[in-house]
Structures are given as C-alpha cells and as structure tokens.
Design a protein around this ligand. Structure first.
Ligand SMILES: Nc1nc2c(ncn2[C@@H]2O[C@H](COP(=O)(O)OP(=O)(O)OP(=O)(O)O)[C@@H](O)[C@H]2O)c(=O)[nH]1
Ligand SMILES: [Mg+2]
Length: 474
C-alpha cells in the first residue's frame, strides 16, 4: 500500500516537474515531493474512463504497469494528471477569451492611427485604458471615429489669414497636428478676403493628412455696409490712433473684427459643419490633447469653449455696453433667464470688461447662426461701432454668450495649454506632457487688477451656480 501511495504521488508530481526529475525522485516519500505532490488522497478518487496511454508514457512506467496494483495507481494518476491539465487549460482559455483577447483585438485592429500615433504599445494601452492614466498616445476617440464614423463630429479648424501669414500659420498647424489633430484628422478651413495663392495652399495642405479647404470671403462680408460712410470711418480711425486705441488705425483690423463677429459662420465652406475651433497664426498648444473636444462639446450640449478670459481695453468699446443693454431691454424675450450677465457686470451695473479671448475658441456654429445671435449682431452692426470705435469680436461673442447662454453651456478648457503672443494659459496640473509653466499663466494672477481677474470672476460665478451641499441637519 505504501508503494502504491508513492507511485500515485509520483504520477501527480509529473504535472509539476519535468520528466527527468520524475524518474530521479521516484523513491521520495510523498510528503516531500513538492507542492503539487501533497495530495496523495487524490488517488482514492474513482478512476475515470479508460485512457489510451501514449507510448512514451508506457515506456517510462513499464515497471509500474507490470504489477496490477501499480498499473491501476499509475493509470489513476495519469488520468488525474490529464484531468487537471484539461481543467487548467480550460480556465486558461476562459481567461484568455475574457481578458486578453479583447485587448489584443483592440490593438491589432487599431488601424485608425496612420502615423506616429499608430504605434501604441500594449503597455501604454494598459496604462491608459486599464489603469486610467493619461498617456501621450490615446487612440480611443480616433478609433471610435473610424469604427463608428457617426461619432466623428461635423467640425473643422477655422483659420482666417492672409497669404503673408503662411509661415506663422504653418507654425500653428504643426503644433495643432502634433498635440491633437494628427490623431483626429479634422479638416482645416482657411478663409481669406483676398483669396489664397498656390504657395499657401500647397504648403498648408502638405502640413496635414487632414482635408484642407480654401475659401474666399465674400466682398459683402469684408467691406463697409451701406449705412457706414467710409470717410467718416477714416476720420474715426485717425482719432483712435491719436487716442492710443490698440489697432484702431488699421482699417483691415476693423473688417476682421466685424467678420468674426457676424459672418465667418455663414461662409459656404462651413455649411457642412456644426463646430469650429478657431486657430490663429503662430499660436502655441502646450499639451497633448487625448480626447476630442468637439465630441465633448457635442455630447455635453456645450455652445462655447474658451481657455483665456481677459480684460478689454476700455478705449476700444466706449459705447458697446450701452448698446448691448439697449438691445437686451428691447429684446428681453431673447435673453435667457439663467444667463452669464453676472460674470460681465461690475458692482455699479457697468461692464467689467471681462471677455473670452476669442483668438482661441471652440464653439457651436449653430449658436452663431441662431435667430437671437443674428438679431444681436445686426443690432450692433447698425450702431457702427465696428468702424467708429474698434469693437472686437471677443467682447461681442462674449456679451452674446452672456445674454443667450447659461453657465452650463460655456466650458473652460482648462486642460488645453495655449499661448497667443504674450498671454498664455497653462493647466495647473502636471500631465499630458504640457510644455509650459502654470505659475506664469494668466489664470494664476487672479489677484491682479487686469491679468487673471476675469478668471477669478468666472470661477466665482460658476461656483455660485453649483448646488450647495449643506452639512446634514441644517
Ligand atoms: N485674410 C485676412 N486675415 C486677417 C486680416 N487681418 C487679420 N487677419 C486674421 O485675423 C485673425 C486676427 O488677426 P490678428 O492680427 O492676429 O489680431 P489680434 O490677434 O487681435 O492681434 P495680435 O495680438 O497682433 O495677434 C488672424 O487669424 C489673422 O490672420 C486681413 O486683413 N485679412
Ligand atoms: Mg492674433
């Protein structure tokens, strides 16, 4: 009986050690045969169906098979061995199907990222999708776009520029591609009041794999409307120069501001799009963007997104606030109840000069195409402030948002690092490979009278809208 127990233990051991070890350890007591050999009682299970023994097994165990009890014990052990192997194989298969296969399938079918972003290691896949870390290459949205084209938002990157801006446009494009669009491939729409030359078209289209569209701005969108006398506008510009109004003397600047205020969203090339991201020449994008902000806007019913809130120069807009107030009074039905007016109103009821800095915007084109926005723009346009003063599209967009949107429709993209000239926004958290210093960003200077005060006002405003969670019992 003792011998039989040894041989059962021996056969069981075979599942855990190599065959040469099995032979060498033939005479060891069962209790010392290692972890896998501890269950000598397994031999007491009833034998299963007959198993055809492999010739190699027979050869190796001839001496056991020679005696009937030894043979039974060996067969029993062999059957058990096979059963356990089978069992572990099944569990392994199950585990593979449940966990590993989907991951491998995802990685293998990740065909959407045609360039450098397509090289996605399994390690980084796990880092992002399993451990939830932010990593440089995050293919989930791009994949969704390819596998589910309906998820791809009808959106474009919009650039208004002149041919001589080409070098600077290429700088912005390169940064945009590197940080975001190489993964998402949203089309670019370039608009120019003069039309683009071949060099501009060739160089910009070579800088992206995305579609590039080039449009001529219609003359009636970039010229004096019938009710503005160009001579009077020229006189006003001279006064503005004397008065130190920033860019007040540049005729084209006035047209540009009016165009962004009232017309860009009507360009036929933008008709097929719902969202736009405005990009200017030589701007910086400091951080990787590993999600699709257009999709984010669409899924959260957002109408307007910004990264920098700034203070307008009062000399540029002496009569704008009065005009807006008049409009709001005359069209009170258009002003939404829970509006953003508190964010732009100072304690004395005047305009606090806060506005979203519109050289960066991610917006819903249909907001600008809406009846209320068009009425608002027409009303302002009739007052002549785009020419007799230097009303900018930034305060115009912002004041429209203040009248027609509520706080939940406006989004601060604090995770998008951005710089235009000397003003920058840098996310305050260290992730997404941001190449900037949050300490020097506008938002950080909250206490300052100009820099940062509108961000502080925005934060306070949004916080005032959050439901208060009072301690229990109050
Ligand atoms: N086609 C065209 N685009 C213009 C013209 N003037 C300005 N733009 C574009 O309009 C946008 C805003 O013009 P900017 O001159 O950058 O105005 P800004 O950002 O207020 O001024 P800066 O602080 O100097 O950048 C940019 O995308 C320019 O390329 C123009 O006369 N024609
Ligand atoms: Mg600019």
């Amino acid at each position: 009986m003792q011998a039989q127990r040894y041989t059962i233990a021996h056969a069981w051991t075979a599942a855990c050690v190599s065959s040469s070890e099995v032979i060498a350890k033939d005479t060891r007591p069962a209790s010392r045969a290692g972890n896998c050999a501890t269950s000598t009682f397994r031999g007491e299970r009833s034998p299963g169906p007959a198993v055809a023994l492999p010739p190699a097994f027979k050869r190796r165990h001839q001496h056991h098979l020679a005696s009937p009890p030894g043979a039974i014990a060996t067969l029993l052990g062999f059957w058990q061995h096979m059963f356990d192997l089978l069992l572990s194989a099944r569990i392994f298969t199950l585990l593979t199907v449940l966990f590993v296969a989907p991951v491998l399938w995802d990685v293998v079918t990740d065909t959407s990222l045609e360039n450098e972003a397509s090289v996605l290691s399994i390690r980084s896949y796990f880092a992002h999708n399993v451990r939830g870390e932010n990593i440089n290459q995050t293919p989930s949205f791009a994949k969704r776009m390819v596998q589910h084209p309906e998820r791809h938002v009808r959106a474009a990157i919009v650039v208004v520029a002149r041919n001589q801006d080409c070098d600077d446009v290429l700088l912005s494009m390169t940064r945009m591609e590197q940080r975001f669009n190489a993964k998402f491939l949203y089309p670019y729409v370039f608009l120019n009041n003069d039309g683009f030359d071949d060099a501009f078209r060739n160089r910009t289209s070579a800088a992206t794999k995305a579609e590039t569209l080039y449009g001529l701005i219609p003359k009636e969108h970039w010229s004096y409307p019938p009710w503005i006398n160009p001579q009077e506008a020229a006189t006003a510009r001279r006064k503005m120069v004397a008065n130190g109004v920033l860019y007040g003397g540049r005729e084209s600047y006035h047209h540009m501001c009016r165009y962004f205020s009232g017309f860009f969203f009507r360009h036929p090339l933008l008709a097929r799009f719902d969202f736009y991201w405005r990009m200017e020449p030589d701007v910086h994008y400091y951080c990787d963007l590993d999600y699709d902000p257009f999709l984010y806007m669409q899924e959260n019913a957002l109408k307007y997104g910004f990264v920098i809130a700034a203070v307008e120069g009062p000399k540029t807009i002496p009569s704008l606030w009065g005009t807006v107030q008049k409009f709001a009074k005359e069209h009170s039905g258009l002003v939404v109840k829970d509006n953003l007016l508190p964010w732009v109103t100072s304690r004395d009821g005047g305009y606090n000069l806060c506005h979203f800095w519109s050289n960066f915007e991610i917006g819903d084109l249909n907001f600008f195409r809406s009846e209320e926005y068009l009425q608002f723009f027409d009303y302002l346009d009739r007052q002549g402030g785009f020419f007799f003063e230097r009303w900018g599209d930034a305060p115009v967009h912002s004041l429209a948002a203040a009248l027609f949107l509520n706080h939940s429709e406006v989004h601060f993209f604090q995770d998008i690092g951005y710089r235009h000239n000397s003003m920058r926004h840098c996310p305050s958290f260290n992730r997404n490979h941001c190449a900037c210093d949050a300490q020097t960003a506008v938002r950080y200077h909250k206490a300052s009278l100009s820099f940062g005060r509108c961000h502080k006002a925005w934060d306070d405003f949004v916080a005032s809208k959050q439901p208060r969670h009072l301690p229990a019992g109050r």
